[in-house]
Design a binder for this molecule. Sequence first.
Ligand code: DON
Length: 328
Amino acid sequence: MTHPFQSFLEELYLKYRDLKDGTVASYIPELAKADSNWFSISVVTVDGKVFEVGDLSQLFTIQSISKVFAYGMALEDRGRDTLLQKVGVEPTGDPFNSIIRLDENSKRPDNPMVNAGAIATTSLIKGQNATERINRLLEMFRNYTGRDVFVDVPVFMSERTTGHRNRAMAHLMYHFGMIDEKIDEALDLYFQQCSILVNCHDLAVMAATLANKGINPITGDRAVSVEYIRDILSVMYTCGMYNYAGRWSYDVGIPAKSGVSGGLLAVVPNQVGIAIFSPLLDTHGNSVRGIRVCEELSRHFQLHIFDLPMGCTQFLQKLSSKDSSTSV
Ligand code: DON
């Protein structure tokens, strides 16, 4: 018999499959090739149960979602104090690619989820040279996904040749002493990290790994030190959805991160990882269907972290007791 939660996801999928609001990102020319119909939902629990529906094997580039994991790695490489000195943790209320806050008075980019902060964060990843640094990043992503992952070279080249705004930000940050002189190396690493190919299932496993205190619930391998989970989830909660982060926290109430190729990942601590893939984006750069699915999941299962007294703590229990009523 189909598990009631699986039926719930299938109903959600059918409900939003025909929602055509939003547009596919095109400012990175390769991304414009995405099919606007692609849609998948995946939920992985901290005890390794998997519920999913849709185009699950469709690969796409991780884009900004990579910022979460690079931040975790930079924290491990440099420690919390250095990171806080180099990259802030303040939400901006500005678009993800905003350049306006970088000036003489700002000692550091605002947070690791906007592009400037992400480039500065990635510049802190350790390695003797560019190859060692990307290999370390890829290895870290493999621990999160539990399978081999690679860079999509056409997307990387597409962003590398057109990413003038990110290039300008990096040079400005160098001018203000926020990053070191290896500007092109940091940019290439950032463009490569954004171009790593994943599918919706991978994203849910990655989210579940964060929900499970850094241990991949499928492989049992540790991907990040438990020491930094709170830091990572905090910046996801306050900054992960860009200038929609406030409304997201209010309505959905789960740490999350989106990317311009249409991925959205959300973490219910100690319970589950949720991922949605649908390339139709709203004006903030967040997946339209992704937001709607998360709103419904949060409302129906009381996943909002301030949804007291139930809160999100009972979701796993509900799943095991099969008490997840099915009407959307
Ligand atoms: O730097 C960029 O513009 C892209 N590589 C990533 C942007 C992104 O995914 C923003 N997310 N909504």
